[in-house]
Write a protein that binds this ligand. Sequence first.
Ligand SMILES: Nc1ncnc2c1ncn2[C@@H]1O[C@H](COP(=O)(O)OP(=O)(O)OP(=O)(O)O)[C@@H](O)[C@H]1O
Ligand SMILES: [Mg+2]
Length: 329
Amino acid sequence: MKSIIGIGNALTDILTVMEDESILKKYRLPVGSMNWVDSSTASTIWNEIKDRKIQIMPGGSAANTITGTAALGIRSAFIGKVGDDELGRLFKKGQEKIGISSILLHGTQSSGRSMVFITPPNAERTFANYMGAALEQEPEDLNEGFFDGYDILHLEGYLVQNHDLVRRAVEIGKKFGMTISIDLASYNVVESNYGFLHDIVENFVDIVFANESESKSFTRKAPEDALDELARVCKIAVVKIGAQGSFVKSGDEKYRIAPFPAKAVDATGAGDMFAAGFLYGYSRGLSLDVCGKIGSLVSSKVVEIIGTKMDQATWDGIKSGIAEIIEKA
Ligand SMILES: Nc1ncnc2c1ncn2[C@@H]1O[C@H](COP(=O)(O)OP(=O)(O)OP(=O)(O)O)[C@@H](O)[C@H]1O
Ligand SMILES: [Mg+2]
């Protein structure tokens, strides 16, 4: 089986269920909104909630995908940057606990974090995010030795604001003959890095993951036509259309992948887990449609929970589901 290394923004996910909205009022966070906070607000909020009952785990798009591949049993590594602080150490420990080779460099700022508050009565989600040290990754940080022995390089689109970093990563990947995959992350990432992303995807990337709006921004086309266009420029194209499933294409081979039925409560992590499942299938050399079905299965499970942390019983269920998919194929 092949091995995988991911590069992304190391952001600790901190989830707190609140009994009321007082903390949101205190920090002027509108209910249900996504907010960027500065370093001092980030640390004040962290100190206020750290002794409560919180769920804390390594997060960020590529890190989530790598959590998934590690849980499924692929040798997995992650490169990112944190601060020299408690959250940074927790990030590393969290990754190592699930068997990830965690390559975390230290920046000068404190560790990046995504703090989410769930408030009554409707389990509304309010975010206070801080990028901190995650944004300090530099091309020179990428030591070729980190990549040695890995077959797949997975990148999150959120990195492309740092063109030099992404270019160095894909150049190393190519040099070592790795399969390079990228998740386009968000339509506004695609819009604001249009030319750069086209260059990278067309000249370096083997597997591209895009949702409907990202594929539209990249190609100016609706999902199926976007899929055709993406498959013309890379080896494998995946276009995801949320609860309606996805399309996968490689050369002339094309499939529509049905979603697995799910009682969806929170869509967070669907795309990241789709990539984990798909890349797991790819790492085992399974056919394109089977890779898609595995992605569909893993993502259908993460939408059934709040946050992205699936317990062991859920992973065990996913593994038997995967065995069934492979058997039927
Ligand atoms: N309600 C749902 N029920 C079942 N499967 C779902 C549901 N929502 C999403 N999925 C699965 O997750 C996959 C990825 O979801 P989506 O198309 O929303 O990607 P994304 O926009 O990249 O996600 P994210 O918001 O996590 O970045 C879908 O192709 C589908 O297989
Ligand atoms: Mg996504």
